[in-house]
Every structure is written in C-alpha cells, then in structure tokens.
Design a protein around this ligand. Structure first.
Ligand code: MG
Ligand code: ZN
Length: 189
C-alpha cells in the first residue's frame, strides 16, 4: 500500500492573487500570475524523498461562477505543472472539481460529487493507486480541506495562510502549520 499527501493548491502551493476590483484574494487567473511560496518546491521534494505519493485536490469553481474561462484555468494548471516538473516534482494525479452548486454556467452548476469537503477524489486515489488513506495526509488552508481529509480517514493539517483566514475556524485539524514547509516538518518527523 502507498502512503500519500493530498495537497490543496491555492493558499498552499500557489499564492492567492489580490484583485483590486473585487478587493478579494483569488486564485491565479492567468499563467503569469502563478507564484509558488518560497519553500514549495523544497517541501514537495522532501515529501517525495520520504516516500509519499503527491496528489493535488483542488476546487476551481470560477468558470462555473462566470469569473474566468476553462482555457484560462487550463493555462494556469499547465504553468503550475511545468514549474513542478522542471523542478523535479511529480504529482501522481491532479484532481480538480470545476463545479459549484450556485454557479451561473448550467453544465457546471449543481451539487456534484467531487467538490471538497467531499472526499470523492481521495477515495478515487485510494482505489486507483492503492493509497492507504489511514497512513496519508490532507493539507489545506480551509475548513473544507480538513473536513475532506477527515471524511477520507487521513490525518489533516490546516495551514494558517493569512489571506484565507475567513475560510476556517470551525474544523478540527490534527495539526496547524504556518506554511507548507512547517506542515512537511510535521509529516516527516
Ligand atoms: Mg486553498
Ligand atoms: Zn465537482
């Protein structure tokens, strides 16, 4: 059985981007806005070296909400993938949910099975790749990430990223951390 770390994307690997027109910190909307935190690559390499499979599990509802295009989201993903691979970091799979229950694009706007806090993608990884969820971790910056990990039976780490502080406070993670670097220190200790 494999052990894995399931990672949220925005606020964990990539920085949020401040949008002056909405006053909100948002996911990157174009490839040029993709910025990793200073220790992201080193932290992911450390997980790989410790024998963990890496999976991305990310809710990306902004197309469903009418805020961006599928092509833009694909370009952002491709840029992230390029940066990771060129730095020797290889995710086993990238799992994205593009849905939102209250979106404006009908085909993507419904109560789907895959949106965190649902654990759909973690169970899928367990079935597809033989991941032992009880020996695995979920790392994210929102309560929904913690709830997702708990629903799948992983251990959980909540990263207290300042720009997403309003998205947490109700969940009970196994650990909190200031950054991915700190989270990886917990996982590998
Ligand atoms: Mg996040
Ligand atoms: Zn979904």
């Amino acid at each position: 059985m494999e052990k894995a770390v399931f990672l949220d994307r925005d606020g964990v690997l990539c920085m949020h981007v401040f949008n002056p027109s909405t006053g909100e910190h948002e996911p990157p909307r174009d490839p040029g806005s993709v910025r990793l935190y200073p220790n992201t690559i080193r932290s992911l390499r450390k997980l790989q070296a410790s024998g963990y499979d890496l999976f991305l599990v990310s809710n990306q509802p902004d197309f469903a909400k009418g805020k961006t295009t599928l092509a833009s989201m694909e370009m952002v993903h491709n840029e992230l993938d390029r940066i990771l691979i060129s730095n020797g970091v290889h995710f086993k799979e990238y799992y994205y949910c593009y849905h939102h229950p209250k979106g404006v694009v009908p085909e993507y706007s419904y109560e789907c099975d895959c949106r965190k806090p649902k654990a759909f993608f973690l169970f899928k990884a367990a079935n597809t790749f033989g991941v032992d969820l009880s020996n695995s971790w979920m790392v994210g910056d929102r309560d929904s990430d913690v709830e997702c990990g708990k629903a799948a039976g992983t251990r959980t780490i909540l990263i207290e990223e300042p720009t997403s502080a309003h998205k947490r406070g109700l969940s009970r993670p196994d650990h909190t951390a200031k950054s991915l670097k700190d989270a990886v220190g917990i996982i590998t200790s």
